[in-house]
Design a binder for this molecule. Structure first.
Ligand SMILES: [Zn+2]
Ligand SMILES: [Zn+2]
Length: 91
């Protein structure tokens, strides 16, 4: 018995190099590999480039996929919630 590298199901095979239980798992794993490679190469391209936050002009990390820095990239619904809480307190 072997364990699928994708879903961890046990499966039987006579092929020694088979690591996935089904073509579905193999396709899913392949897609993820391609996606990971794409993200990686995109980050590599950012190296040495001066990317800055749209809002505060702070330099962005190559791992930041947004045009905003962590400080400016706040979830708007979270901000609204915080504002409501402040309003509720100052009666
Ligand atoms: Zn599987
Ligand atoms: Zn910023």
């Amino acid at each position: 018995m072997k364990h699928c590298s994708w879903c961890d199901n046990e499966f039987k095979t006579n092929i020694s190099y088979q690591i996935y239980c089904s073509t579905v798992c193999r396709d899913a794993a392949t897609k993820e590999k391609i996606a990971a490679r794409y993200i990686h190469s995109r980050r590599q391209k950012r190296k040495g480039k001066d990317r800055r936050c749209k809002k505060c002009n702070k330099s962005l990390s190559i791992y930041n996929d947004e045009n905003l820095c962590v400080d400016c990239n706040i979830n708007p619904s979270e901000v609204l919630k915080a504002l409501k809480q402040i309003k509720g307190k100052s009666k």
